[in-house]
Design a protein around this ligand. Structure first.
Ligand code: F6R
Length: 612
């Protein structure tokens, strides 16, 4: 999604903004631009379609834009095609005000019509340009940029994170937020605005998150924040302790590969402090044992891969707690008039903590009285702040658009929640509980062993990369895992891929299996191994070429049946997807590499989906 960065201080703004935008590249974008308040008045605005490198060349790495206050933007098109004109910043007709925006102005057509009647000429097809022209209109009247922003905010409907500069007050940025992420960074003799912390972490680790309805006046030596009633507010500061290296490639060809290899460490970080003396201890959970015992039903709400974690969670939590667990796509939940109330627990899963649909679903559940427990990676993000309880995944920054380590750590934390609740509710045999705890602790080591066999997976990926249609099949947790395996493959390699519960094949899908169709048969779940074998035979009889994923203990049997095989170590059944996902991530990665795809920034995708 769009990325925003802004700087006010004593140094030249443009190079700092370009560097910040580069760090936001992972969010996905199609054009980029900068607006800087010139040293001798006026604004310089440079923007272009395409990669940041084009903007760098256009501005000579920022040197062509002198001035110490500026805003930068990477755009992910929503209204209007990606081109130079639609790129941000958008400048008001008078040329005095420039705006960068993340979100959608819903009533833009109406405002545009009214302003056109008043003599404004629009250059772009974007919703954002109405913000610039509206500000111009109000500014002509009051000659005060803050007042103009207040009036503009009362006129627009929709979602926005806004960065605004005005040539008449060149030492100041104005920021405003509603339903789109924006944070403020406190530097030494300089201050920042940014969509996320990676953009400014080189300069400061001292940040605060803006809340909906807030506005900020950012100058080099101060930041003043106001709530929607225009009262000044004091805010909690967060210290970001991520290593800068964590946001860089560190010798890997792609962030995705680096993040796949970071999984053993990430899982260790997520679970080690939460298991003490063989027991799960969730000190960061405020829910009392009494409240846990009285949960009627558990909902898991998320989007994309986070939803797939929820699918594994359904199998595992129902097994551990003998309680009904419903997994719902956030985009469906919010409009479904959900039957959820004060006696229910809603577990919200989100890496970014900013996904708009997930946020909206959270608010819907909260409005109906449900208790919200979120599993989030980004500390202090909107979803984390609005939840009753938060369990952080502590995976560090995830830069590649396709999630890997966030998925794994979310699943580990969800398993910890299951164990903790089971202990409180008394729903698991001690021997089963001990086995899962022990299994969780073994995951990092077992993942390392899979990663050490990366060359085998690379060779199989080479064989498979020419296929244009792939089917993933599995039962129980293997089915839940197949959803993620299939998504990973399609999003980065652009190969058409579908995931099916194996038992469903005969109900329609099997008609698509023909000579040479690649079927990836996930058969790690021991209790249903024989059934998985029958499905392998069934698709092979229709000509399918099968790649199977199974455990070491079933290797010999599976080897006899299929031409291509991937294996993982045996582990407690509920934890199989924690290991099984690693070869599937690597398979997708190397198949995409083989096809020459832009792995870290797949087409049409954004890291943090902050629009509906
Ligand atoms: C796929 C992927 C997405 C996200 C989804 C939710 O690789 O990363 O499907 O899982 O957009 O994002 P979060 O977890 O940030 O809410």
């Amino acid at each position: 999604m769009c990325g925003i960065v802004g700087y006010v201080g004593n140094e030249q703004a443009a190079p700092i903004l370009l560097d910040g935008l580069e760090r936001l590249e992972y969010r996905g974008y199609d054009s980029a631009g900068l607006a800087v308040c010139g040293e001798h008045g006026g604004l310089t605005v440079k923007k272009t379609k395409g990669r940041l490198q084009v903007l760098r060349e256009m501005t000579h790495d920022g040197a062509d834009q002198p001035g110490c206050t500026g805003i930068g933007h990477t755009r992910w098109a929503t209204h209007g095609v990606p081109n130079d004109v639609n790129a941000h910043p958008h400048v008001s007709q008078s040329g005095h005000i420039a705006v960068v925006h993340n979100g959608i102005i819903e009533n833009y057509a109406e405002i545009r019509r009214e302003l056109t009647e008043k003599g404004y000429h629009f250059q772009s097809e974007t919703d954002t340009e109405v913000v610039a022209q509206l500000l111009d209109y109000f500014y002509q009247d009051c000659n005060d940029i803050f007042e103009a922003v207040v009036r503009m905010i009362h006129t627009v409907d929709g979602a926005y994170a806004l960065g605004i500069v005005c040539a008449d007050c060149p030492d100041r940025l104005i920021a405003a937020r509603k339903d789109a992420p924006l944070l403020l960074g406190y530097g030494k003799d300089c201050n920042f605005i940014a969509s996320d912390v990676t953009a400014i972490i080189r300069h400061t680790r001292d940040i605060t998150y803006m809340e909906d309805g807030e506005m900020a006046v950012v100058e080099g030596d101060s930041i003043r924040i106001y709530n929607s009633q225009l009262q000044p507010v004091e805010k909690k500061h967060y210290y970001i302790d991520w290593e800068i290296d964590a946001a860089e490639k560190g010798g890997y060809d792609h962030f995705m590969l680096k993040e796949i290899f970071e999984q053993p460490v990430a899982i260790r970080k997520a679970i080690a402090p939460r298991i003490q003396g063989g027991k799960v201890v969730l000190r960061d959970l405020k829910m009392t044992p009494e409240e846990i015992r009285h949960i009627r039903k558990i909902f898991i709400i998320a989007c994309g891969s986070s939803y797939h974690v929820g699918m594994v969670g359904k199998y595992n939590l129902e097994r551990m707690l003998r309680k009904s667990v419903e997994v719902v796509l956030a985009s469906e939940f919010r409009y479904s008039d959900p039957i959820v109330g004060p006696e229910d627990l809603v577990i919200v899963i989100s890496q970014s903590g900013e996904t708009l649909d997930t946020m909206a679903a959270l608010r819907e559940a909260k409005k109906r009285g449900a208790r919200i427990l979120s599993i989030v990676n980004v500390v202090g993000s909107s979803i984390a702040r609005e939840s009753d309880d938060v369990l952080y995944t502590w995976a560090g920054p995830e830069i590649a658009v396709a999630t890997t380590k966030a998925y794994s750590t979310q699943m580990a934390v969800l398993n910890l929640v299951g164990l903790y609740f089971a202990d409180v509710m008394g729903t698991m045999l001690k021997s089963d509980y001990d086995e899962v705890v022990k299994g969780l602790q073994e995951i990092p080591g077992k993942m390392e062993s899979i990663l050490s066999r990366v060359d085998d997976i690379k060779a199989i990926a080479k064989e498979c990369a020419g296929h244009e249609n792939v089917f993933f099949i599995g039962r129980n947790v293997d089915y839940a895992l197949s959803l993620e395996g299939s998504l990973k493959l399609k999003e980065i390699s652009y190969i058409h891929s579908e995931a099916y519960a194996s038992g469903e094949l005969k109900h329609g899908t099997i008609s698509l299996i023909e000579d040479g169709t690649l079927v990836i048969a996930l058969s790690t779940y021991g209790p249903l191994f024989d059934k998985a074998m029958s499905n392998v035979v069934e698709v092979q009889a229709r000509g399918a070429c099968v790649l199977a994923l199974t455990t070491d203990s079933h290797r010999a049997e599976m080897e006899k049946a299929v031409p291509m095989l991937l294996t993982i170590s045996d582990i407690q059944e509920m934890l199989l997807p924690q290991l099984g996902v690693v070869p599937l991530q690597l398979l997708a990665y190397y198949m995409a590499l083989e096809r020459g795809c832009d792995i870290d920034k797949p087409r049409n995708l954004a890291k943090s989906v902050t629009v509906e």
